[in-house]
Design a protein around this ligand. Structure first.
Ligand SMILES: [Zn+2]
Length: 467
């Protein structure tokens, strides 16, 4: 078994910061010891990694990606192979992607199809949530089976009528089932029925540019759906995880529920923290690059999201990585914003953008690791295998240089998409070395990984409720 020692770095976890050496045997961390002590100095190893001047952090856990997702007549441009390679480059060593149930089909069919896409192709470890597009007696029963085999979270949509949409009755049934079998319900909270009316009216008035995507998907309709989802969860006696929260008023709904002691949780994404409706309004068709749902909001909302992350009214930052090329895919919506495929690339940028937030003073170093590694792992039953550096945890470790600088660009990123949503943004901090289960997959600007190294990770049920 290969023994590796990482020496002299500042180990940062959600709980601690310590100058410590880390001993890895095979795929796992076996010990930490204070830097310079005889315990650490006595360790012999096959490989020594010098981490002086660097942070030693857990690999990122991105709990919301959509590799190869079919959407709006096309498919997300990153495959599991290209998307997980890009994740590794960006310091993310676990993704949880979404298998999709088609209407009229079994959950099993969708899950098998996604296993087939991912198996043998991933550079880093992966798990699956299940999208419930058709809640009925048999899919409700199937939920129990999926929980038992490690697919322990289920996403429902209050948006996209005719595609993924579930009405309140179906949502309630799924929540009741989740309350019984431990499956965590994840909600896309936007009132899609009302939004579709506003879309139709906007198009009839000749409002076809990308920026109208942000205008019709009104903040109030995110807040309303968030409120309704919370109440339905309360009735069902189930916890609730709201995905991609973008509106200040939706954060307020979560905060109010949490103040009542309800087990409701919120995720936001880098695009809502760093981008705004100003981007959607960029001239020509440029705004299409920033079309995603929930939509980007006016800049003023960012402060509420950062505050929510500091006060733990929001617990997780995931990417909702769902890239579509500007040329050939986003194009489908020229002359009709409602036909622009919804989604942004970001799986490679999340750890860096959130480090920039540390530099900018929005969050602390430990909170960075908490919202990007530890809590997503806990929320989705992967802790402490993932999300921390401790004896027994997988050796998913990133050596991060906090003083290096970089400029984000499509010219240098590794995602399979022809633009960057953060083109030209200067970042302080950069990934130096990435280990996935003890194997170096990225080091000093060179990729050493391979498709098939990444393994499917069966997950326990939500571990965040125990806190
Ligand atoms: Zn999504």
């Amino acid at each position: 078994m290969t023994r590796t020692v990482i020496r002299g770095g500042l180990v940062v976890t959600a709980a601690e910061e310590m100058h410590a050496d880390v001993l890895i045997e095979g795929e796992r961390v076996v010990a930490l010891a204070a830097f310079g002590t005889s315990a650490a100095e006595g360790w012999t190893a096959d490989r020594e990694i010098d981490a002086r001047g660097l942070y030693v952090i857990p690999g990122g856990v991105d709990a919301h990606t959509h590799m190869e997702l079919p959407f709006g007549g096309t498919s997300a441009s990153d495959t599991f192979e290209t998307g997980t390679r890009a994740a590794a480059w960006g310091g993310t060593t676990t993704i949880v992607d979404f298998a999709v149930q088609s209407v009229g089909a079994a959950l099993r069919e969708g899950l098998d199809a996604w296993h087939e896409k991912a198996q043998g192709n991933c550079a880093v470890d992966y798990g699956f949530h299940m999208i419930l597009a058709d809640v009925n007696e048999s899919s409700l029963k199937e939920m129990d089976l999926l929980v038992a085999e490690g697919v322990t979270s289920f996403k429902l949509f209050m948006a996209y009528p005719g595609v993924f949409y579930s009405d309140d009755g179906r949502i309630l049934r799924a929540m009741q089932r989740g309350a019984d079998n431990g499956g965590l319900i994840m909600m896309h909270a936007e009132n899609g029925i009302a939004i579709d009316v506003l879309v139709e009216q906007a198009l009839a008035e000749g409002k076809t540019d990308p920026r109208y995507h942000g205008e019709v998907r009104r903040e109030l309709l995110e807040a309303e759906a968030t409120h309704r989802a919370i109440k339905l969860a309360q009735v069902a006696g189930s916890p609730l995880y709201v995905v991609h929260v973008s509106a200040a008023s939706a954060v307020a709904e979560l905060a109010a529920a949490r103040d009542q002691g309800l087990p409701v949780f919120g995720e936001t994404c880098p695009q809502y923290l760093f981008l705004s409706t100003d981007n959607l309004a960029e001239p020509g068709f440029e705004g299409a690059k920033y079309v995603c749902s929930t939509p980007l909001r006016p800049k003023e909302h960012q402060a509420a999201l950062w505050r929510g992350l500091r006060t733990n009214d929001l617990q997780v930052v995931s990417t909702d990585h769902c890239p579509f090329c500007f040329v050939g895919q986003k194009d489908l919506g020229r002359g009709d914003f409602s036909k622009i495929p919804n989604g942004l690339p970001g799986v490679e940028n999340r750890m860096d953008l959130l480090h920039q937030a540390v530099v900018d003073g929005h969050i602390t170093r430990r909170r960075w690791i908490e919202i990007a590694c530890a809590t997503p792992a806990r929320m989705f039953g992967l802790y402490p295998r993932k999300g921390t550096i401790a004896p027994g945890s997988d050796a998913d470790i990133v050596l991060y240089d906090p003083t290096a600088t970089q400029t984000i660009s499509a010219d240098t990123h590794h995602m399979n998409v022809d633009y960057s949503a953060y083109e030209g943004k200067e970042i302080t901090g950069k990934v130096r070395t990435v280990l996935s289960r003890g194997t170096v997959v990225v080091d000093g600007g060179t990729y050493h990984g391979r498709p098939g190294h990444g393994r499917f990770q069966p997950r326990a049920t939500c571990q965040y409720l125990d806190r």
